[in-house]
Ligand binder design. Sequence first.
Ligand code: NDP
Length: 448
Amino acid sequence: MGYVDEVLESLKKKNASEPEFLQAAEEVLDSLRPVVEANEAVYRREAILERITEPDRQIKFRVPWVDDKGQVQVNIGYRVQFNNAIGPYKGGIRLHPSVNIGIIKFLGFEQIFKNSLTSLPIGGGKGGSDFDPKGKSDREIMAFCQSFISELYKYIGADTDVPAGDIGTGAREIGYMFGMYKKLHGTYEGVLTGKGLSYGGSLARTEATGYGLLYITEELFKAHGQSLSGKTIAVSGAGNVAIYATQKAQQLGAKVVTCSDSTGWIYDPEGIDVELLREVKEVKRARLTEYAAARKSAEYHEKKNGEHGVWSIKCDIALPCATQNELDLEDAKQLVANGVTAVCEGANMPTTIDATKYLQDNNVWFIGGKAANAGGVATSALEMSQNSERLSWSFEEVDSKLQQIMVNIFHNIDDAAKRYGCEGNYVAGANIAGFEKVVNAMLAQGVC
Ligand code: NDP
């Protein structure tokens, strides 16, 4: 049995109850085969694959808080500090009832490679809680965030581990966490990113993941002698990534005709009205039925199990921007039957492994989330730089750095795929390019 298969076997035994982590590990390790085979003796001796798949540490803690009725509630908090070979741990905090250690581990593992791809000095980590922010009052959100950080603050810091937002954690939650950290730790430091602009946040961070997704998609099309102008795009999600992906796509001359949330989806053949979508989701925090009620051209569809939702709509480009495993094999078949040219992932691992393979086998250009959504964490790292030098850069300066980073990521993953004989396989290219940099740092730093 080869080294990759041995490690995968052992991971399956040790992590049987963590399917999302196993899925992420299998996807990465499988695509690393060419680089592992070329360096097998050294990697085996140094146990590189065993070390890179085992987090530096996992922190699990109780988060007690008092709800508006005076009832004490208890959630579980997690922080997985996966790998800091190239910089302080960096990765978001997910607040969602589905959160468990396997999901945080999968996200932290992917973050190692994504952060490496940005070319900035940041290691991989992720955190979260099974707390559900939906329907909670502002006071309840603050109570939860303060309790969460009053335990986590012991393990994070500007040079140690710098958490950020993710599903359920936006500027409001980061503000409450930052305030409590400052009080407990007594320092004013860049310990969290995604902060408000008046206290150390970066311009363009809000837009960064969605904009970055479009910058890399545009570069992909350029590399194939095409542009985004006039293309029809299906986007899923209606949160931070989806909204700003839609906005940038429209600025680049494409038409986005769908969006979705956890209860339903919209088909708007005249193109999504992004300002209306922002009003409904960012300001009112309401359901998409409100979007449909305010816009004549929009059709609202209730989400039903077994239906393709936004992926049933004919499009040139599909941008999954909601959540993991939201685009499965049946969806992929539907997209291919409808003539899709490219799928680029705004969310983390939204496409199942068999769907990815089907798309690639059918010559669909496919860029996975590690590369395609790296604009968010890259801009978080730019926020860290601004905090360190105590300066704020203009929107244009941050945006142009982001654009350059995404263009570079595309060429790095394209080159890595070519170097290892899998031209056009941007998933393998991203995993290889991200992995090589981290492994070189691990080898240079010895067994630790
Ligand atoms: P948000 O919480 O802002 O938005 C998520 C959106 O997806 C919401 O509209 C939500 O609906 C919707 N959604 C959730 N589950 C489903 C589902 N099963 N079907 C359809 N829609 C669903 O999160 P973000 O936009 O920040 O994150 C989206 C994805 O992008 C995640 O995978 C995240 O890890 C990833 N990502 C985010 C980055 C960032 O900077 N924000 C950076 C890199 C990756 P509802 O409104 O009903 O909750």
